[in-house]
Design a protein. Structure first.
Lengths: 485, 695
């Protein structure tokens, strides 16, 4: 096998049209920017005529930029379609990467087709498809979620994320393997890292780590924040004072220092993170119990069986999570018979998870408390009070559903922050094991040789950037659409 | 420009549309009106009829989505649409000024009043600072604010709502505008404060010769302020003319229906019930062909009224009196109202609710940071005693801060009384918070809330909400049974059963309020506290909801406590009235007793303040000074003494020293006042109907 070029044979066809379109595009964008700032300056100077003239230039340039932009998009699509018809050697690196993501593209097209067709009946989610910003954000997020999903089934990766091929150490993208065994992928598509591992594979596997930990940790942070924020806002008084003080205390502590403390081996050995996990994981159980109990309290014949089933399941999951034979053998946290212990969370992951929950929950607590303070004076809350509803029913069924808009938006943003936080932790080498393919650790590993070999660090960095950008755009789109009616 | 003699404002065939994702939504269509110098023009209509859009069109401030799609607006002969942004900026605030509903939103909270006022002439006329200050001082004096120098040196939040609105008026008048646009300027204020503002606006209009465009939903207010009015319905002007012509010789069915649906003196819930306008206000994109009012009109003629656009047509013999009705020449406008079945007077039964010496005090810590500091007591309710019988309506009247909401909270069990008894059918509940009340007690006293847009949980379907109430009140044994009961409740409030599946946002305000009523009656309530149930609804819907409430009450013999500040509706539907001021009951008696002399001075002022949309009503004019004192810091002696117009009739400053005792007059009529008996005997009625309407 030979070294791959970036765009291969189909790329050669489009090279010149692409350069011309790109050049025009940047020219037009620059002109519209100049026009816009000229416009602002004219408005400040109060010159009506100059303002009108620059406004005209600006809008003209903006509409001019549209055409080269469309041409660029068309070329990209054509290139992708064409590369299907070429052999692996001819289609180049970009074409091969596109082909590896095949299942992701097919699923994304299906999701978008169904969603756009049914957007009228899908509530806020459907409205997302009316906003270009929201759609782009959603596409980026879905791309990474699907990549993580299919990556977990070995559908996208080309090699094993931990396999090392010494000959390919720091080799550039598109390097062929020295010797190919049967069924083995013959290239390192995005090159090899400093230990000779496939950068592309590690990026895709890293997506799996990031996509599981960040949303889950944020979700747990939410459960903790909501369970404490609702009563603090609803009851107010001393409870509110104490909880708010604790939240402020945690928020006042430097986050990175907190992480260093939490993941220091000495602290881990005292068992503090594991105990914190044991406490945090109690919250979902409390939450769901209170949620169901308050709703079905007046209907005991439904509540009793329902709560029994849910509680047994929840406790089973809880004990499986907390009890761990590998981590603290012999301690009292190793109590659950391994036969029914469903899973064990690796120690490093658990610590990172706890750290993210711990620093996120105070902020969520404050958001929730503020929203509760706002909504609790509504008449429908008073109506629920006057018919004798329990406080928890009012909090969870009258207040919580009606503040879901801001919470969903914040949830998206916060997954982004959590992703960055994971990256930061990985970058500092905290928590996750050094060979972990998560993006933060790989960026850190690639950093050392950054001036010589760019590709091992830039690949996960771009991945991290696009996911966080996607989450932020998604949040923007959701906010914009939720404000519309 | 100074010697311009023509009309100040000429609007000709104006059409305004908003462009949204759903396409073009016409907000105003073919609207014409002319305002002459010194004339006050009223724009009346229900919410969504486009009256505020007209005002924004005049200001050329329609936002990103709005655009004028036809017609012209001329100000002093100059077309506003053809002016540049700069010319408009010079005009706004100096030649045309606008006053909005919410005074606090028009003032910059971070800037002192004086600076905000001085800005106006300094920007528009380049006036020097001292001169501007003197002008500001003069203006604040002319809007009758006490201690102008101090006011100029204070921030907006240090003033009360009424004072803020006076400042906004002063600001609008700083540059002596030729046209003043007032968009519901008093809706956010209390009635007695409103009366003061209305009087001020009228006076200033006369003093400075300013033309006014007065936008309101309240016909009574328009009658007091304006010379001419224009009635709008669903984006169109339907009738325009002088006040007398439109009020007494209306020539459009909508105007007529509007007047029949508001409780004027003489209407009575049993003998002469209100006539509600059937149906609902059409949404802008669902307007019917032809006459917009067609589907709700009694005189509707198929094939004629829904055939095409209907032009405004002048009425001969009247001064600029136009109507947008094809049939106004054929309709017999003097035909008597088809009496919608008069009902029998229901006899009140046993006492259901008995309140004895009820007191509710709140303790407020002087400083929130350090407890243990000085504590202040807010006396929200002071020795309230009253009874309410089965099938009786007891109205509780008072302005904000009078303690009526606190009373409702104590009755419902959301707060516990500091002292005294509350008995529901001989069960003492004043010290029992709602969590400790049993299901029956909770179900027996229920509430209908004021704000229809807030009364239903937005994320739960209508059916699910009613079923939840039934579950809580343990009505029915199975889900199917409760569902059946829920559908019956929808029938009871005259809503289609299909509404069970709808979400609250799909309902109009009136429909939501009906669901609120269904919810209150779900557990067979014996006492229903209705907290201003119709005040947030449009006039044409108010009558229907009121009638529904009365009908259910009559059927189920429920005791109703009707909390309101609107004396017209109170007179229409209540059997007995209780007037409250700063936590005290100042007057209580049967409706006829309260609405006839002798009055408590506060009731007298309140009666005089309420605008009545009837030209035949003669009112005595009493305007109270100042604002309602804060309950945190009540005046000594009689709570009303700071604003009382008859205080000088009591010898020895007794009013400032002692809280007056309750005086029992004949027929169980109570008044809490120090006035000597002769004063009471000499009182004259506030509202007098002239002969035409009295018979």
């Amino acid at each position: 096998m030979e070294q791959l070029t970036w765009f291969g044979a189909p790329g050669a066809i489009f090279a010149w049209p692409f350069y011309i379109a790109a050049g025009l595009f940047f020219l037009a964008v620059a002109a519209s920017l100049v026009g816009y700032f000229g416009n602002v300056a004219a408005a400040m100077a109060g010159a009506d005529g100059a303002k009108a003239a620059t406004a005209k230039i600006s809008s003209l340039a903006a509409s001019l930029a549209k055409w080269p932009g469309l041409v660029i998009a068309a070329i990209i699509v054509l290139y992708c379609v064409l590369s299907i018809f070429y052999g692996a050697q001819e289609r180049g690196i970009a074409g091969n990467v596109f082909m590896r993501f095949g299942p992701v593209w097919i699923t994304m097209i299906a999701i978008f087709a169904v969603s756009i067709a049914l957007k009228k009946n899908l509530g806020l989610y459907g409205k997302l498809f009316q906003s270009p910003v929201g759609m782009i954000g959603f596409a980026l997020v879905v791309f990474w979620v699907l990549t993580a999903l299919f990556g977990a089934f070995d559908m996208i990766v080309t090699h094993d994320p931990l396999d090392q091929i010494a000959r390919l150490k720091n080799d550039p993208p598109g390097s062929p393997l020295p010797s190919t065994e049967d069924g083995e992928y013959p290239w390192f598509l995005l090159g090899g890292d400093n230990l000779g591992r496939d950068v592309f594979t590690r990026m895709v596997s890293g997506a799996g780590v990031v996509i599981t930990i960040a949303p889950l940790a944020t979700f747990f942070g939410y459960i903790v924040g909501i369970t404490l924020g609702l009563p603090a806002g609803y009851y107010g008084g001393r409870l509110d004072t104490i909880l708010s003080f604790l939240a402020n205390l945690i928020l006042a502590f430097p986050v990175i220092l907190l992480f260093y403390l939490l993941v220091t081996p000495e602290i881990v050995q005292t068992g503090i993170p594991v105990f914190m996990a044991a406490v945090f994981f109690i919250f979902p159980i409390v939450f769901i119990t209170v949620l169901l109990n308050s709703r079905y309290k007046v209907l005991p014949h439904i509540r009793n069986p329902l709560l029994a089933v849910v509680l047994v399941l929840a406790f089973w999951l809880y004990l499986s999570t907390v009890s761990d034979t590998t981590r603290n053998p012999g301690t009292f946290l190793d109590f659950f018979p391994s036969g029914i212990d469903l899973f064990n969370i690796p120690g490093g992951v658990l610590v990172v998870f706890i750290a993210v929950v711990f620093v996120n929950s105070p902020t969520i607590f404050r958001i929730m408390r503020g929203l509760t303070l706002d909504v609790k004076n509504r008449d429908y809350v008073a109506a629920a009070q006057t018919r004798g509803e329990t406080p928890w029913y009012i909090m969870l069924w009258e207040i919580l559903p009606n503040v879901r808009g801001p919470l969903i938006v914040d949830f998206c943003l916060r997954i982004g922050y959590a992703t960055i936080l994971l990256g930061t932790l990985g970058f500092f080498g905290l928590g996750l094991p050094p060979e972990s393919p998560d993006w933060g650790s790989t960026i850190n590993a690639g950093r050392k040789l950054l001036s010589v070999y760019l590709h091992p660090a830039i690949t996960p960095a771009m991945a991290l950037l696009s996911l966080v950008l996607g989450l932020n755009l998604l949040a923007d789109g959701l906010r914009e659409q939720s404000l519309k009616d | 420009m100074a010697d311009y003699n023509g009309p100040i404002l000429e609007i000709d065939k104006l059409s305004i549309s908003f462009f949204t994702q759903a396409g073009e939504i016409p907000a105003v269509m073919d609207f014409s009106c002319t305002v002459m110098p010194g004339e006050a023009m009223g724009l009346v209509g229900e919410s969504g009829c486009g009256k505020s859009t007209v005002a924004l069109g005049v200001m050329q401030d329609l936002g990103v989505n709005g655009r004028i799609v036809g017609g012209s607006i001329k100000f002093k002969g100059r077309d506003l649409g053809a002016m540049s942004e700069r010319e408009l900026r010079d005009l706004r605030g100096s030649e045309i000024a606008m006053i909005y509903q919410e005074p606090m939103a028009s003032l910059n909270p971070a800037m002192k009043i004086g600076k905000q006022l001085m800005e106006v002439p300094m920007i528009h006329q380049g006036m020097a600072k001292e001169e501007a200050y003197n002008l500001a001082l003069e203006m604040v004096t002319s809007v009758k604010l006490p201690d102008p120098a101090r006011i100029l040196n204070s921030f907006p939040h240090q003033l009360s709502g009424g004072q803020q609105q006076r400042i906004v008026i002063a600001m609008a008048l700083m540059s002596k505008p030729a046209l003043l646009i007032l968009d519901e300027p008093t809706t956010a204020l209390d009635v007695t404060v409103e009366a003061g503002i209305v009087e001020l606006v009228k006076e200033l209009g006369e003093k400075y010769g300013t033309s006014m465009l007065f936008i309101s939903h309240n016909l009574g207010l328009v009658l007091e302020v304006c010379d001419r009015l224009c009635v709008m319905y669903s984006g169109e002007a339907v009738e325009t003319g002088s006040i007398e012509d439109v009020f007494d010789k209306m020539r459009h069915p909508y105007t007529q229906a509007l007047f029949r649906s508001i409780p004027l003196p003489g209407a009575d819930k049993n003998a002469r019930p209100l006539v509600a306008i059937p149906g609902n206000f059409p949404l802008p994109h669902e307007r019917p062909p032809g006459c917009n009012f067609g589907p709700r009109c009694d005189y509707f003629e198929e094939g004629r009224c829904n055939k095409g656009d209907i032009p405004m047509e002048g009425i001969e013999g009247d001064d600029r009196h136009d109507s947008r009705c094809l049939k106004f020449k054929e309709i017999d406008w003097n035909a008597p109202i088809v009496a919608s079945a008069a009902t029998e007077v229901t006899e009140p039964g046993d006492v259901v609710l008995k309140v004895d010496d009820l007191k509710k005090y709140y303790e407020v810590a002087a400083s929130a940071l350090f407890t243990g500091g000085e504590k202040r007591v807010v006396k929200a309710n002071e020795t309230l005693s009253f009874e309410a019988r089965e099938a009786e309506t007891l109205a509780i009247v008072g302005e904000s801060g009078c303690g009526k909401s606190t009373l409702a909270k104590v009755l419902m069990g959301l707060e516990t009384a500091s002292d005294g008894d509350v008995k529901i059918r001989n069960l003492e509940v004043s010290k029992t918070p709602i969590q400790e009340r049993d299901t029956n007690t909770v179900a027996s006293i229920q509430m209908v809330f004021q704000n229809p847009f807030d009364t239903l949980n937005p994320s739960m379907s209508i059916g699910a909400q009613i079923i939840r109430v039934l579950e809580i009140f343990k009505v029915g044994n199975s889900h199917a049974e409760r569902e059946g009961k829920m559908l019956e409740l929808l029938d009871l409030v005259k809503l289609p059963r299909a509404f069970a599946k709808r979400m609250p946002r799909q309902l109009s305000g009136g429909q939501k309020q009906r669901i609120g009523i269904a919810r209150a009656f779900a557990g067979d309530a014996q006492v229903v506290v209705a907290d201003e149930p119709v005040s947030a609804l449009d006039v044409s819907v108010q009558a229907a909801v009121t009638d529904l409430l009365m009908e259910i009450q009559r059927e189920r013999r429920t005791t109703m406590l009707f909390i309101s500040h609107d004396l017209s509706i109170v007179r229409y539907l209540s059997d007995r009235v209780m007037v409250m001021y700063l936590g005290h009951v100042v007057e209580m008696g049967a409706t006829d007793q309260v609405f006839a002399p002798p009055y408590h001075p506060y009731t007298e002022a309140l009666l005089s303040a309420v605008p009545i949309a009837d030209t035949s009503v003669q009112k005595k004019h009493i305007v109270l000074e100042g604002d309602i004192p804060s309950a945190m810091n009540p005046p000594s002696g009689c709570p009303f003494q700071t604003r009382c117009q008859r205080k000088d009739k009591v010898a020895g400053g007794l009013c400032e020293k002692e809280v007056p005792p309750v005086r029992m007059l004949e027929g169980g009529h109570q008044i809490k006042c120090h006035l000597p008996q002769e004063e009471f005997d000499a009182m004259e009625p506030i509202i007098v109907l002239s002969d035409v309407a009295a018979e």
